[in-house]
Design a binder for this molecule. Structure first.
Ligand code: ADP
Ligand code: ZN
Ligand code: ZN
Length: 743
């Protein structure tokens, strides 16, 4: 018998299988999904591979499979094959997502093992031996007494508590009084804090209605997709909790996906408070490999039935899945922007269809595509919550026209309104959050004489000035350089800093309100594990007056004392070359607004903008999602953007500019011929990407607008295979469907 094996390397031989003979002694153990070790090429070490097919004969002369590793299920192989095709990537890369972290065959995370010490003889027998002085040593007696009272203690613990040495313990082991048993302990990333249990709340009418519809799908064991559309605080999470409870009662598991940034201890504690620690596993990118490995094992062994995690938790090795819940479903972190470029929402639907279970999406500002499917097709069933569950008030939102401020001679970053409100808030000892979409100090540096701008030498983008470090940084590759005081082009000293970032804002606040305390949160201050959390806790616990931050400050945190939120410039996200720019602006503004006044204190939001008439800003002011949606969907229909078609981006990257350009043009010509029969597709000419060089790699792209059908998928996959077969070194070609970023 011959096994068709996919080699687990990142080599670009897209999804090629290699034949290997299955030796007789392995025949009973090898099936589709088996992980095997094989000799590959001229390499000395064995390579890891996966059996993806089995056949009678091979037309080649083939080697034997060298040895066996762990098994994947056939359904997982099918799943990986589907993903590889859908997301234009290697099967092996998809399989990796489904495997226990920290287990490549060359490198295995060790289980954390402790040697637990137990009594080996009956306690009566031991006491008898002490009596007859067979055990004379006082130290030995002390140890035996301690182990009797603390079975399962470790040797270091025994040493510590009895003040005896390891040697004495070993003597007792040798003489058959004690034994050690290896025990696996789970490294558990969940806090050790005592958490009070909560009981389920009585659902209000809208919540109950939503719950019932989903419960019905669970009971009838069928696939169905739901959207719970309800403003923040309308009680979506309470519904999730009760659905999970229902599923766990049936002895099944639940996946709860949340955006990476919302995966805070407070959020997890809410689940622990309802279900206890034992049954919950948490998966996110800040865990150590060891922690991730152990969480994965707990899920595999069916000890943890409630899996809370970011995007990749969708691949957790769950035995009997009952429901998938995706909170803040509009968040773009669900779409992977690196290989494999999968969309966790789409993957969730694939899994749910296989297992015939419901998928529940939740959001206050649904993705326009989701809302379209939920209201204008029957792909998704909509369940609406219209009231805040705990009766708190929505904040007042005011829009300030920055153009008018300029006309009135105010060149500062703060409008007069915002200044007055901050001042008032400081007096009343309430907290303020200021939101700005750019980090750093100034976004670009230009020579006033000749127009020279300082650019990164690896990327075709402006360097950003960071005031605290007094250095220039590239936000795309991290390259740093000293500041420029003399223009390298013309020698002029008229170097000016333009644009604004979080650092500059903080400095300006300090200048205008010298007595205020501030804290800044952006990717420059958030680096180490948990640091994001530390900043927010500090802001909350030390009652710091003003939190200044980027995007990071807008997501699901709860600050009871925050009564003012200021958006410094709502326009920065409007100007990106992206069909989703207005949608992103709306989402960010509504979320920012939701940060103010969530408990007893009424809140106020001030949005500063140069485009006060823009519909995404106006609808965000009124927190009117439906109005926003109506305008946006009409525009997308007119301009032919998703959901009315897919945007397929084909990217070409490489060190040699001419080579990249030539390849893009050649591919375009091929595509034109291949897609001749697909009349509804629009193929746009190859162009340099908006940022045409990153990290010394030149970037070109081809955009295809149209529906991603099976035929188109097949054509593109074949084309990629062909490009890689020609094996041009150092070239990366990728295909991404509806990417988050068009850059
Ligand atoms: P969302 O997830 O939509 O933001 P939550 O589920 O967090 O909303 O609910 C907001 C607040 O309302 C929470 O403090 C929650 O405990 C409370 N809450 C939710 N449902 C109910 C209910 N049926 N009765 C009373 N309070 C509720
Ligand atoms: Zn100059
Ligand atoms: Zn750079």
């Amino acid at each position: 018998m011959i096994a068709q094996v996919i080699i687990n390397t990142t080599a670009k031989k897209l999804n090629t299988t290699f034949d290997y003979n299955i030796p007789e002694n392995l025949q009973d153990f090898i099936s589709i999904g088996t992980k095997v070790m094989v000799h590959f090429g001229r390499k000395k070490d064995l390579e890891e591979g996966f059996v993806v097919g089995i056949k009678e004969k091979s037309e080649y002369e083939v080697k034997d499979i060298a040895k066996l590793e762990e098994n994947l299920k056939q359904e997982q192989i099918e799943f990986a094959k589907w993903m590889a095709k859908r997301y234009f990537c290697n099967v092996a890369d998809c399989i990796k997502l489904m495997q226990t972290p920290g287990t490549t065959s060359k490198n295995k995370i060790q289980d954390k093992i402790i040697n637990a010490v137990y009594l080996k003889k009956d306690i009566e027998e031991i006491e008898y031996d002490i009596e007859i002085k067979k055990i004379k040593s006082e130290k030995q007696q002390k140890i035996l007494q301690f182990v009797k009272e603390n079975e399962g203690a470790t040797i270091p613990e025994i040493e510590m508590f009895t003040d005896c040495s390891r040697a004495t313990v070993n003597t007792l082991i040798k003489n058959g009084y004690l034994e050690t048993v290896e025990k696996k302990v789970a490294r558990n990333p969940i806090t050790n804090k005592e958490i009070l249990k909560t009981q389920k709340l009585k659902l209000n009418v809208e919540q109950q209605n939503a719950y019932n519809k989903i419960e019905q799908a669970i009971n009838e064991k069928h696939y169905e997709q739901f959207l719970i559309y309800g403003i923040t605080g309308s009680g979506k999470t309470e519904i999730y909790l009760q659905l999970i409870e229902k599923v766990v009662k049936q002895n099944k598991s639940a996946i709860m996906l949340v955006p990476e940034i919302s995966l805070t201890p407070q959020m997890i504690e809410r689940f622990i408070a309802r279900f206890g620690k034992e049954e919950i596993a948490v998966l996110h990118s800040k865990l150590s490999v060891g922690e991730r490995h152990d969480e994965w094992e707990r899920i595999k062994e069916n000890k943890a039935k409630i899996i809370i995690g970011a995007r990749s938790a969708i691949f957790a090795p769950i035995k009997d899945l009952g429901i998938i819940l995706i909170d803040e479903e509009h968040d773009n972190s669900y779409k992977s922007e690196s290989n494999p470029r999968y969309d966790a929402k789409e993957v969730a639907n694939y899994i749910a269809k296989q297992k015939q279970i419901p998928v529940v999406l939740g959001s206050a500002t649904p993705d326009v595509i989701t809302y379209y499917k939920a209201t204008e097709t029957d792909e998704i069933k909509i369940l609406e919550l219209t009231k805040r569950a705990n009766q708190s008030q929505l904040p007042k939102v005011e829009i300030v026209d920055l153009k008018q401020e300029l006309i009135n001679g105010n060149h500062s970053m703060l409008s007069r309104e915002l200044y007055a409100e901050i001042e008032k808030n400081l007096k009343e000892h309430h907290q303020t959050i200021l939101f700005l979409n750019r980090r750093g100090y100034s976004t670009f540096i230009m020579c006033r004489e000749c127009g020279y701008t300082v650019k990164c030498k690896n990327c075709n983008v402006s360097m950003t000035y960071h005031g605290y470090e007094n250095r220039l940084k590239c936000h795309y590759c991290g390259q740093e350089s000293p500041i420029v005081t003399v223009c390298p082009e013309c020698g002029s000293r008229k170097i000016r800093y333009f644009g604004t970032g979080t650092q500059k804002l903080e400095q300006e606040i300090k200048k205008q309100f010298p007595k205020s305390t501030t804290i800044r949160m952006d990717t420059d201050t958030v680096t180490k594990k948990n640091s994001h959390e530390q900043i927010l806790n500090k802001f909350k616990n030390e009652n710091i007056d003003i939190l200044i931050g980027t995007q990071m400050v807008v997501k699901g945190h709860h600050f009871p004392n925050v009564t003012l939120v200021g958006v410094i410039a709502a326009d920065s996200s409007l100007n990106i070359d992206d069909y989703r720019a207005t949608e992103k602006t709306f989402q960010i503004l509504t979320q920012v607004a939701g940060r103010a006044g969530r408990e007893n204190l009424p809140g106020k939001v001030i949005i500063q903008t140069y485009n006060p008439q823009d519909f995404s800003i106006k609808t965000a002011q009124k927190q009117n999602y439906k109005k926003f949606y109506e305008t946006e969907i009409t525009l997308r229909k007119q301009l032919k953007y998703p959901p009315f078609c897919d945007i397929i981006v084909m990217r070409f990257e490489g060190k040699n500019e001419n080579q990249i350009k030539a390849l893009a043009i050649e591919t375009y010509d091929n595509l034109r011929k291949m897609l001749e029969n697909c009349k509804d597709l629009t193929l746009l000419k190859p162009m340099p990407a908006p940022i045409d060089k990153i990290q010394n790699r030149y970037r070109w792209r081809i955009i295809i607008k149209g529906n991603m059908t099976n035929d188109t998928n097949e054509i593109l996959n074949n084309l990629l295979k062909q490009i890689y077969k020609e094996g041009k070194k150092d070239i990366r070609v990728s295909v991404d469907v509806n990417p988050n970023s068009m850059i």
